[in-house]
Design a protein around this ligand. Structure first.
Ligand code: SF4
Length: 755
């Protein structure tokens, strides 16, 4: 919505607002996938005769509203307007409120077509296409133009009051942002440099990458200028995406510091929403999201308007506040949060919500054609996270788990699938190998399995949990197989349970590029985004994407950086390196006692050095990072870093204590980094290296060197958190003396080598 224009609204969004009543039904239902839906539409449209008009763009104005949409097809010879909907199985199972919504959409299209072509009457037909049988069920009904006009007007009237309030909010929001002042005394040097670049990128609708050191205030340094540019760029929403929950909290704190005022309607002038996970929001874990099982799903849409209104009264819609509103209005907090995305200005959430294959924020952006400004915090994490989103694994253990609970109609295709699966690795000698293409026979059998499970779902209404899990895995695998290309490997790993199949994404660029392209402006930032071409290429950013390195506020004398080149931490030298490393740590600790972090490339290496260190220095307190520590254990680990205390925390590079941990002043006075953080040399990484070489002509750098040094710099960044901090850093490995490693280290470090 833009203040100087009519409020544009898509037919679907308008009807979802005005014509949706009754229960929520978000349980997994056997509805067709998006691809099946598209294919089904194409089949039905293809069956229509000559002269049939497909995909009609329609638009009509009502007071301050511009309603627009695309009807599926019109047959002028029969004066019949059709809307296609795909389904699977018994049409009677389609919830009544869903069908009412379909009718509402079609009647809106009918009204717009009658107005556009001067028709006095028209036949509307909802056409349900069963993707399993290929059968069409037509539900035709004749309407006069007057009836449809009345319906159209009534729907618009229901929305127009709300839209007017939204317009008022938009004006108030833009006024507030126009006059908002930076919430802290002043912008620091690096922060100012960053803020100016973000503002210019936002104003010009550009893509920007910013590498800025920790501690300069990147969160507010990016959010504030982006918000200031919103009115100029007529941006609808800002998505602030984070890799970790701690990033969400920092963003919310920064937004609170803006001291957002209330408008005349007693509403916040800037609406901020925090997205959380379903697991943390759900009040009835383990139940299906439908009226029969969850009381918060029953009548959800009937109570939603009240809940929405209450949520809009929040000063800041974070997860605890939304939970309170949901409890008061008796609706599901998770789905209320999803609804509030539509009515919020700044949405703070995990990367998943925008980049995943079925991401909510991306789907809503497309449906509503929102103008979105995107901020991606800790953007270096997007490479591994996106790789995981666009990879898919099939484990034979999942099939074995599904078989006992599957009915015979599912077991038969499962057994055929197992045969094809075994055929991929008949002799079981190689532990790991890649296959150039995902075999078509495998996909055929997977599709048969998912079709059989879907049929069971249709007929029984539910399936065994292991069967359902396999169903989701298989569907995701098929989706990734459809998109398979040079960006991914298809590999087979032999395990005790059989061959694990993996479509392993190596470069997520082709998946991410369209997501970025759909945004008005994009800013990605992190303390470690070097080298620029590495991130630009892997993240699918255009060549013209600007990369800014923000000057560090820190001075070389703040950090004593020493390379211990007499020790090699190469894999074959590790056993020999354990004692010298323990000696080195002991000597540094004796020289300057205090709190240290020691980072290792693996838990095994960590344990070996820690054991020797404890023998050598039993008086020095140590604490150890262990695999899978929960939140309380992590907090207890960090609580050991008290100002003025003494001891060494042992941790792993790339782990939970190597990023996003803030231990200013004496809470941490130094770090030891053991190894270069290079990923392990193994069969999988060897294949990734080969593919990186083919794609980017930089196999070793893209697979090992850049990801490794990125982890080192992140971990080292724990020591100096402010201009008053002082500390030491010991880089343990002779390879830190090489020029190509040194050029990847922060330029403000004054690295010296121990003799
Ligand atoms: S409370 Fe839980 S089970 Fe109920 S609708 Fe919400 S997410 Fe689903």
């Amino acid at each position: 919505m833009r203040p100087d224009e009519p409020v544009a609204v898509a037919v679907r969004s308008l009807c979802e607002f005005t014509a949706r009543t009754g229960d929520l039904s978000a349980r997994f239902t056997p509805s067709p996938s998006a691809q099946q839906g598209i294919a089904g539409h194409a089949i039905v449209a293809g069956r229509r005769g000559p002269g049939y008009e497909r995909e009609l763009s329609l638009s009509a104005r009502h007071e301050g509203l511009q309603v627009r949409g695309r009807a599926d097809g019109y047959d002028p010879s029969r004066n019949r307007l059709e809307e296609f909907k795909t389904h699977r199985g018994d049409l009677e199972r389609l919830p009544a409120n869903q069908r009412a919504l379909h009718w509402a959409q079609l009647k809106m299209y009918g009204a717009m077509l009658c107005r556009e072509r001067g028709l006095g009457e028209i036949e509307l037909s909802l056409v349900y296409f069963d993707i399993r049988s290929g059968r069409e069920t037509e539900l035709p009904q004749a309407f006069t133009a007057a009836e449809l006009r009345e319906f159209f007007t009534a729907q618009c009237q229901l929305f127009v009051g709300w839209a007017a309030r939204e317009m008022q909010h938009r004006r108030a929001r833009d006024r507030f942002l126009g006059s908002a002042v930076f919430p802290h005394a002043e912008l620091g040097g690096g922060q100012r440099q960053m803020a100016e670049a973000v503002y210019h990128a936002a104003r010009r609708g550009e893509r920007l990458m910013v590498e800025a050191p920790t501690g300069i205030g990147k969160t507010i340094g990016s959010l504030f200028p982006m918000l200031k540019a919103l009115p100029v760029q007529k941006v609808d929403k800002v998505f602030f995406l984070v890799a970790k929950t701690s990033g969400r909290a920092l963003a919310l704190q920064a937004l609170q510091a803006l001291k957002i005022p209330q408008t005349g309607q007693d509403r916040a002038a800037l609406r901020v929403l925090e997205l959380g996970s379903k697991d943390s929001a759900c009040r009835y874990p383990g139940r299906a999201c439908e009226a029969a099982e969850c009381p918060l799903a029953a009548g959800f849409y009937d109570r939603l308007p009240q809940a929405r209104d209450m949520a809009l009264g929040l000063a800041l819609a974070d997860q605890p506040s939304l939970r309170e509103v949901a409890a008061a209005a008796d609706v599901c907090p998770y789905y209320l949060t999803q609804e509030m995305v539509r009515w919020s200005d700044v949405i703070v959430g995990d990367f998943n919500y925008f980049f995943d294959t079925s991401a909510l924020l991306h789907a809503l952006l497309l449906q509503n054609q929102w103008r979105v400004a995107l901020l991606v915090d800790e953007a270096h994490n997007l490479v591994p996270r996106a790789r995981a989103m666009y990879s898919a694994t099939l484990d034979p253990a999942a099939v074995a788990a599904a078989l006992p609970g599957a009915r015979e109609s599912v077991r038969a295709p499962l057994r055929r699938l197992e045969r094809v699966w075994r055929g991929l690795h008949p002799d079981r000698t190689a532990r790991y190998f890649t296959v150039p293409e995902v075999p078509a026979a495998l996909i055929d059998e997977l599709l048969s399995v998912t079709a059989a499970i879907t049929d069971e779902l249709v007929e029984e209404g539910a399936v065994d949990e292991a069967v359902l899990r396999l169903h989701f895995d298989a569907m995701h695998f098929c989706r990734m197989a459809e998109a398979f290309g040079a960006h991914s490997l298809f590999d087979v790993t032999e395990t005790e349970a059989g061959a694990v199949l993996c479509i392993r994404n190596v470069s997520p660029a082709s998946f991410l590029a369209p997501r970025f392209a759909g945004c008005m402006s994009v800013v990605l930032f992190s303390a470690t985004l070097s080298p620029a071409p590495f991130y630009r290429r892997l993240l699918g950013l255009p060549l013209e994407c600007r990369w800014l390195k923000v000057d560090s506020p820190f001075q070389a004398q703040q950090l004593d950086v020493r390379v211990e080149r007499r020790i090699s931490t190469r894999y074959h030298d590790r056993a020999r390196s354990v004692r010298p490393i323990a000696d080195l740590m002991a000597s540094q600790f004796a020289h300057r006692p205090g709190n240290y972090l020691a980072f290792f490339s693996s838990f095994d290496y960590l344990a070996a050095v820690m054991a020797v260190f404890q023998q050598r220095c039993p008086h020095v307190p140590v604490w150890e990072q262990r695999r899978g520590m929960d939140e309380a254990e992590r907090a207890a680990y960090l609580a050991r870093f008290v100002a003025g205390a003494r001891g060494i925390g042992f941790a792993v590079l790339g782990g939970v204590f190597a990023e996003g941990v803030d231990l200013p002043g004496d809470r941490l006075i130094g770090a030891f980094i053991v190894t270069l953080g290079l990923p392990q040399v193994n069969a999988i990484n060897a294949q990734i290296e080969r593919r990186m070489q083919t794609l980017f002509d930089a196999g070793y750098e893209y697979t090992y060197l850049y990801p490794g040094i990125q982890k080192v710099v992140q971990a080292a960044g724990r020591v100096i958190r402010s201009v008053s901090d002082r500390g030491s850093l010991v880089l343990i490995d002779d390879r830190y003396t090489s020029a190509r490693v040194r050029e990847l280290l922060p330029t403000w470090w004054d690295v010296r080598s121990a003799d």
